[in-house]
Design a protein around this ligand. Structure first.
Ligand SMILES: [Zn+2]
Length: 414
């Protein structure tokens, strides 16, 4: 076991700054939608850095990048780490990036320490973690885990009508979607460093979170069809107003999420689209985008079922036809006790006090956990803020995260 290690924050800080300038928004805001020109520039920047660190780089058809530090036992399953660099419009510079460039820095400081891994250590940059282009998050890791097969991936479209293969080819990727799944013995362990994106670590003033479970997300689109008409001439008794059904359902989602008995259930109606959307016109259609999560599948599914049931009840009572479309419904992940223990041991060596915690946001690790023993390491986010230009973790916080990651990887690869 390595007894000390030091992140080169001057080097990593310069690289973080460089990558933050690769944006389609006005800095400090970062916009890097997958398969855009900014995404392509970020990929090239990352691949160059990996090659400079003597990592062997390959890219799959959907754009996941794998950079491998070859271990002394080439037959042994590798140890994986990594995250994403795509960013939603007007985001910050740390979400995902800390796990990618920080993962690279963890590898470099182990190299500089003279560490010789038995298992190969492989750094990943996942493609299309954010749902901006195709409406579904974590497409790269879903493909790796086989939860989305080729047909499902090719059924997706972006705003220009391109499927992921066509969009990937536009930036020079092969776009082949038929061989993305990794076998279960590809990684012996996977660990992702990420910013918390919540307020817990900052509030209790601890530098490191070790994630023991990742909450299960589900999302759906529910659409009520009503009857439009003139806001002045159609009398109240004759109306079938689709927005009123939507308003009832949005209130119900909030109630249902509060009533499952689990403090971890959360329900959000984040989208409400009203058609035709004119002040003097009765809404003829109302679409709600609803997101429900929990760390326990049973209570999550209870809330999802309750939402559907309530939607049907509203639909019947108001005589408004209804369509329910599930966008995704993923199980939660339990982190691997062996990796949790390795991360805790790393904290002990570095004299840092970690907090065991739950990840309420989901990440590529949720899908990696389908195939591989997985864990996440969190660092604090200032004010719990994320997906905004003022997202911030300090250089010291990032350096501690990198050092914990490095010592965790070293134990797993020994
Ligand atoms: Zn992220």
């Amino acid at each position: 076991m390595i007894e000390s290690i030091r992140c080169n924050m001057a080097r990593l800080g310069a690289e973080l700054e460089k990558l933050s300038s690769v944006t389609e928004a006005t800095p400090p805001a970062v916009t890097r939608v997958v398969f855009s020109d900014a995404d392509l520039r970020a990929r090239n920047f990352f691949k160059d850095l990996c090659r400079k660190a003597n990592l062997r780089v390959r890219e799959d058809g959907i754009g996941n990048i794998f950079a491998r530090w070859q271990g002394s036992d080439p037959g042994a399953a590798a140890v994986g780490t990594g995250s994403h660099t795509d960013a939603i419009p007007n985001a910050g510079l740390y979400d995902g990036v800390v796990g990618v460039l920080g993962g690279l820095e963890a590898i470099r400081i182990l190299q500089e320490k003279g560490f010789e891994p038995r298992r190969s250590i492989e750094l990943l940059m996942f493609a299309t973690e954010e749902p901006t282009r195709f409406g579904v998050g974590c497409l790269g890791s879903r493909a790796i885990a086989g939860t989305y097969d080729e047909a499902k991936i090719l059924s997706l479209r972006d705003g220009d009508g391109r499927n992921p293969s066509e969009a990937a080819r536009r930036i020079g990727l092969s776009g082949e979607m038929n061989a993305l799944v990794l076998s279960r013995d590809y990684y012996d362990a996977f660990v992702e460093l990420h910013i918390e994106q919540g307020p817990v670590l900052e509030r209790i003033d601890l530098p490191i979170g070790i994630v023991t479970a990742i909450a299960a997300p589900a999302s759906m689109r529910i659409t009520f069809e009503g009857e439009g008409g003139h806001a002045g001439t159609v009398l109240m008794a004759d109306r079938r107003d689709a927005l009123l059904a939507g308003a009832e359902l949005a209130l119900a989602v909030d109630e249902i999420a509060r009533a499952t008995g689990s403090p971890d259930t959360v329900g959000t109606t984040g989208m409400l689209e009203v058609f035709p959307g004119a002040i003097n016109s009765i809404p003829s259609r109302c679409m709600l985008g609803i997101d429900i999560r929990d760390t326990q599948l049973a209570t999550r599914d209870l809330a999802v079922a309750g939402t559907k049931l309530t939607a049907r009840e509203i639909s019947e009572r108001r005589a408004l036809p209804l369509t329910i479309e599930m966008i995704n419904s993923d199980p939660p992940a339990t982190c691997d006790p062996r990796i949790v223990a390795a991360a805790e041991r790393a904290c002990e060596v570095l004299e840092l006090k970690p907090l065991r915690m739950v990840s309420r946001a989901y990440h590529d690790s949720l899908f990696m956990a389908r195939l591989f023993p997985t864990c996440m390491i969190f660092i604090p986010s200032r004010g719990g803020v994320s997906h905004r230009p003022d997202e911030y973790s300090s250089p010291e916080q990032i350096a501690r995260g990198v050092e914990v990651l490095a010592l965790t990887l070293a134990q797993l690869a020994e």
